[in-house]
Design a protein. Structure first.
Length: 415
């Protein structure tokens, strides 16, 4: 395809994805909660409902603003050939093609980060603060940023160097070679996330002996899931929002509970939340999810290999000659509709898995405490209890609250 047509195609794809995203968000925010469903009566009143709506509307408007800014800038960058201009400028400074590409991505990374900091700051210290979620101090915010950069340079820069070296020396076959590298990396991160990365940002302490710990261990033994690595992290350092997760496989498995979760729930509710997580392991969701992600990366890399040496792609985004980094930028934009479709597939699978894990918790422990925990979590985070079905279909990795409750409590979903 000629360069000019690729350029138009990029602009069209960019515009359509923007309109698609924003239309779904609009449908979702316009949907009202007509009444408080019976199952939530003890948790939500009219006032709380209004506060949730206000929080969601604020986030919707803010999201509309940030994405409009980012869409407009990207559109102009392609239209006026800005990426090609950066490429030409850097070519005056370096000769080595790998170094050139690394510098190019560094410039783009610094530029986009500098643009996003004010928005991110406003989100944390104005919006989240106003609704009582933000617990991050300015110092934590700054040190998080610095550690984030350090990790981006180390991990992002490292992987990028491997990718660029393979492309430059191995030609088109780079895609399956880098696929192996990234698969190994994904498994590695999953195994060592709690040991290596998490401690950089949070303090992990083993869960102290007591009612909660013995209840967890007793339950875990009853389902044949030996468990002694239970940690508490100081999530309250940043946000009042709560969470729990597992990481690792086999003997390296660890459970991590946010201190905020422990504060907000009874021991039975916490065991039920863990029972749900154990359900994901028992039903092989964790390993299958890993395989699905690895396959997704493979597809992405294969399609990238079809564009990577295309001169017209480079010209389309403003380059004066073929450049691998320009092609990678062009590719990520062209790929976005495919990744939306893949994402929808992953979300369908994930929502099915969530129901199965809920079912596992209900069968091996109890449905009621899990239902109570979900209600508290949802109400405390002011989340939407009546999302638009199309929005759910595209964006939700978890089924909406009322659908989960209806299965856990054997009632009809209201609305
Ligand atoms: Zn789950």
């Amino acid at each position: 395809m000629e360069a000019i047509w690729i350029k138009y195609l990029l602009l069209v794809v960019l515009t359509i994805s923007f309109i698609f995203d924003k239309s779904l968000s609009y449908l979702n925010i316009k949907r009202d909660v007509p009444f408080v469903p019976d199952t939530l009566k003890e948790y939500v009143d009219r006032k709380k409902l209004l506060k949730s709506k206000e929080y969601q509307t604020t986030n919707y408007r803010f999201g509309l603003l940030t994405s409009t800014v980012s869409f407009t800038l990207t559109f102009c960058f392609i239209y006026f050939g800005f990426f090609g201009w950066v490429d030409d400028w850097l070519r005056n400074l370096v000769d080595n093609p790998i170094l050139l590409s690394l510098l190019f991505f560094a410039v783009i990374f610094i530029g986009s980060d500098a643009l996003s900091i004010p928005f991110d700051y406003y989100q944390t210290f104005r919006i989240e603060e106003k609704y009582g979620f933000n617990k991050t101090s300015k110092n934590t915010y700054i040190s998080d940023k610095i550690k984030g950069y350090f990790l981006s340079i180390l991990i992002g820069g490292g992987l990028l160097t491997v990718l660029l070296t393979l492309i430059n020396y191995m030609g088109k076959g780079f895609w399956w070679q880098f696929w192996l590298v990234s698969a190994a990396f994904m498994v590695f991160v999953n195994l060592f996330y709690t040991a290596l990365i998490l401690p950089l940002f949070n303090k992990l302490t083993p869960l102290e002996d007591g009612e909660l710990k013995s209840k967890i261990i007793e339950y875990a033994q009853s389902v044949g899931f030996p468990l002694d690595n239970i940690f508490v992290i100081d999530g309250s350092k940043r946000s009042s929002k709560a969470n729990a997760f597992f990481s690792g496989f086999g003997k390296r498995k660890k459970v991590v509970l946010y201190d905020t979760l422990i504060d907000q729930h009874t021991p039975d509710e916490l065991v039920a939340v863990l029972a749900h997580e154990i359900g994901h392991y028992k039903k092989k969701h964790v390993i299958l999810g890993m395989i699905a992600s690895i396959l997704q990366v493979g597809i992405l890399l294969y399609i990238l290999s079809l564009f990577i040496f295309s001169e017209n792609m480079s010209l389309a985004i403003g380059g004066s000659q073929m450049a691998i980094h320009l092609n990678i930028i062009g590719f990520t934009m062209l790929f976005s509709p495919i990744s939306t479709v893949l994402g929808i597939g992953m979300n369908i699978l994930s929502r099915k898995n969530e129901f199965e894990a809920d079912e596992f918790a209900k069968m091996t422990f109890a449905g009621k405490p899990l239902a109570e925990a979900l209600k508290t979590l949802s109400v405390n985070t002011l989340s939407n209890i009546n999302p638009h079905p199309w929005y759910v279909f595209v964006n939700y990795s978890h089924p909406p609250l009322l659908e989960r409750l209806s299965k856990l409590e054997d009632t009809d979903p209201t609305f």
